[in-house]
Design a protein around this ligand. Structure first.
Ligand code: S3P
Length: 204
């Protein structure tokens, strides 16, 4: 009897790959690139929330406050994780703050923490209008949030990838974060060996 046809697109392992980490760690740009590499759909949780509710993250914070935003974020994350088509999902930096999200992430996704130090993160974040939590000042807020959250990122992570200046400015494929993560996924039985290609700059 012939072998069953291999899953055409997603490989044998159907787990979602979820990127967590602070604002400025590059979850969206790395996630988009990773999804292309491993041939999966890419979903950015904040973008999905905005598209599905017709309101920006800033509008959520301003109209309803952070607590309601967090509830909406939790509902959305549960929805994304329940989709049977395995995707690469970039979460908002604060997703790990909510216990229900941490439990949901422990329920089968392969979670990668993009870890970076506060100075590096702050240097990459320009004060942009779409991040209401930074209204009080970038450096001091990033330091405080990272101190509060590092333990949660560690708790949910199946793998930790260090993000630093070398990934932003190097064009070496070996230092390209999406390639590094694809290799980690391969080592964990989540995908084919990644073909090398030229690195691209990571954007905030
Ligand atoms: C937040 C991070 C943002 C967004 C919201 C809150 C946080 O997402 O969800 O402004 O609490 O760290 P990014 O990490 O994609 O900027």
């Amino acid at each position: 009897m012939a072998d069953p046809a291999p899953s055409k697109v997603h490989g044998a392992d159907g787990r979602h790959v979820v990127l967590v980490g602070m604002m400025g760690s590059g979850k969206t740009s790395v996630g988009r690139r990773l999804a292309r590499r491993i041939d999966r759909p890419f979903l950015d949780a904040d973008e999905e929330l905005e598209a599905r509710t017709g309101r920006s993250v800033r509008a959520w914070f301003e109209a309803d406050g952070e607590e309601r935003f967090r509830k909406a974020e939790t509902g959305l994350l549960a929805e994304l994780l329940s989709d049977p088509v395995p995707a690469v999902i970039a979460t908002g930096g604060g997703a790990v703050v909510t216990e229900a999200n941490r439990r949901a992430l422990a329920g089968g996704a392969f979670v990668v923490w993009l870890d970076a130090d506060a100075g590096f993160l702050a240097s990459r974040i320009r004060q942009k209008d779409h991040r209401p939590l930074l209204d009080g000042g970038v450096e001091v807020t990033i330091e405080r949030l990272l101190a509060e959250r590092a333990g949660w990122y560690r708790e949910v992570a199946d793998a930790v990838v260090e993000v630093g200046p070398v990934h932003v400015w190097s064009s070496s494929p070996k230092k390209d974060l999406s390639g590094i993560i694809a290799e980690i996924l391969h080592q964990n039985g989540l995908g084919p060996a990644p073909p090398g290609d030229g690195g691209e700059e990571m954007r905030a």
